[in-house]
Design a binder for this molecule. Structure first.
Ligand SMILES: Cc1cc2nc3c(=O)[nH]c(=O)nc-3n(C[C@H](O)[C@H](O)[C@H](O)COP(=O)(O)O)c2cc1C
Length: 470
């Protein structure tokens, strides 16, 4: 039996493109403070391991149609700092982009949050490939993009060196003698690399956790190598269980080859469960979400320029192998119509049936809209009761496909509440998720040791050479 790691991937207005349109959903980012507080309280009461905040360094009208939560959101370091003050046990992971962040400023902010939260902070190092981010930071995108993983490796090295500036017992604060600091235990960083140059030392005490747990999310082989060499949690996009097993094996062997204990690399998959009291109830929620996703044909005068091309009957036509132009998106897929579909089209119909309960042979057949949505919304969705979802999670853990899940909520707060109050107790009943926090820090929750300070037991002249080699 596997102890799963479970965190909530927080998207304040919901992770489904139409989640914000559902009655009762949080939809105005100006009210995120209350929404984030609520999410944190609910997740902590359910004993989730962490709240995870992604990031995106640009905005625009196109994002409204793709991932509306990206349009306007609280910056992740601000979010976790805020939540550190209203929670006590749950881990708090923020994303930073190594292409644009300044390592000294980031080491300082994250060490501070770790100290303020009693050792509950984690850091997701993204190399994000959004071209508009470059313009927002006065950088050349082509340069940033070409070298992003080399810079990320240097960045991780420098962060750890900065966090090691103070030995744990460097601050003496001895009232009797008047000695505040033992200067032999404060170490310069003195790093000169290809991309980064940092003198140090950092002006914040060593984080409670020594080094914050590092997360990395990506899809390319280079991303996987970076995760294997530098991360504690690898966040991977997987299509199915077999794919997940293969990716986890690959990551673990890369970690082993790079000289690590491969068990210290935890592989986490994002998943979007749609939870209902019965299977039919869950399917009706998924059905409503599909109905509320706008597709190109919803605009009588043509969709806005920024609208995604894949959310259209034109795109669906190529998948099902039929010309659907001019048809209504609400056209039912009847058995006769289905008979004309390609194999890919038939598979889409099966996905829709699994998610929404609609079948061409039933009373409520799927429509073309359902197929467009199933083809264009890429999240890994599981629809069912708490029992169904817990059983699926357990099966993935037992198959060695993942060490845990980052849980997305389609509708906030309703779906995070349903997961926390329904699925988590079911996972606990099955013995795959603990009922209490096991320790005090995020590392404790993740089963990770606190790393030693690189300066302890080392002589600094040897380190001077090391520090110049990322
Ligand atoms: C599950 C997952 C979550 C991600 N979250 C973020 C994020 O919050 N911010 C970001 O800039 N990039 C994020 N990324 C994108 C990666 O940082 C990277 O840009 C993308 O995977 C393409 O680069 P790659 O080919 O090196 O993997 C995420 C990727 C995955 C798979």
């Amino acid at each position: 039996m596997t102890r799963l790691i479970i965190g909530a991937m927080v998207r304040a207005i919901g992770a489904n493109p139409s989640g914000w349109r559902v009655t009762g959903a949080h939809r105005d980012p100006r009210g995120d403070a209350a929404a984030l507080r609520h999410a944190a309280k609910v997740a902590e009461a359910a004993r989730l391991d962490y709240l995870f905040f992604g990031d995106w360094l640009a905005t625009g009208h196109d994002l409204e149609f793709r991932d509306p939560y990206l349009v306007a959101r609280i910056d992740p370091l601000s979010a976790i700092t805020y939540l550190a003050g209203v929670t006590e046990r749950i881990g708090l992971i923020a994303t930073a982009n190594t292409g644009y962040a300044d390592p000294y400023a980031l080491a300082r902010a994250t060490a501070s949050i770790d100290l303020l939260s009693g050792g509950r902070a984690g850091l997701n190092l993204a190399t994000g490939s959004e071209p508009r981010a470059a313009g927002n930071h006065g950088r050349d995108f082509a340069v940033v993009n070409a070298s992003r993983y080399d810079r990320a490796a240097e960045f991780d090295h420098v962060l750890r060196r900065l966090w090691d500036s103070f030995e744990d017992d460097a601050i003496v604060a001895d009232v009797a003698s008047g000695v505040f600091l033992d200067p032999s235990k404060l170490h310069p960083t003195d790093f000169r690399g290809q991309f980064l140059s940092v003198d140090g030392p950092l002006n914040v005490a060593r984080p409670v956790q020594g080094h914050l747990p590092i997360v990395h999310a990506g899809t390319s082989p280079r991303s996987r190598l970076f995760a294997a060499q530098h991360a504690d949690l690898a966040l991977v996009a997987v299509s199915d269980l077999e794919h997940a097993v293969a990716i986890r094996e690959e990551l673990r062997s890369l970690a082993f080859e790079s000289g690590r204990d491969d068990r210290t690399l935890k592989v986490i998959a994002p998943v979007l469960p749609i939870v209902g009291e019965t299977r039919e109830h869950a399917q009706s929620i998924a059905d409503e979400l599909s109905e509320l996703v706008q597709i190109a044909e919803d605009w009588p005068d043509g969709p806005p320029q920024a609208f995604p091309a894949n959310r259209s009957l034109a795109q669906l036509s190529t998948l099902v192998g039929l010309d659907l132009s001019g048809l209504s998106p609400d056209r039912a897929v009847t058995p006769a119509f289905l008979g004309e579909f390609s194999a890919v089209g038939q598979e889409l119909v099966e996905i829709v049936a699994e998610r929404t309960g609609r079948s061409p042979h039933g009373e409520r057949p799927p429509t073309l809209r359902h197929l467009v949505v199933a083809a264009s919304v890429s999240a890994s969705i599981i629809v069912g009761t708490a029992h169904d979802i817990a059983a699926e999670f357990e099966a993935w853990g037992d198959a060695g496909a993942v060490d845990g899940f980052n849980v997305l909520s389609a509708i906030q707060p309703a779906q995070l509440d349903a997961f926390a109050l329904g699925v988590v107790p079911e996972l606990q009943r099955r013995g795959v998720f603990p009922t209490e926090y096991e320790g005090h820090t995020l590392r404790d929750s993740l089963g990770l040791e606190r790393p030693a300070n690189v300066h302890v037991g080392n002589d600094d002249s040897a380190l001077a050479t090391l520090s110049r080699r990322p």
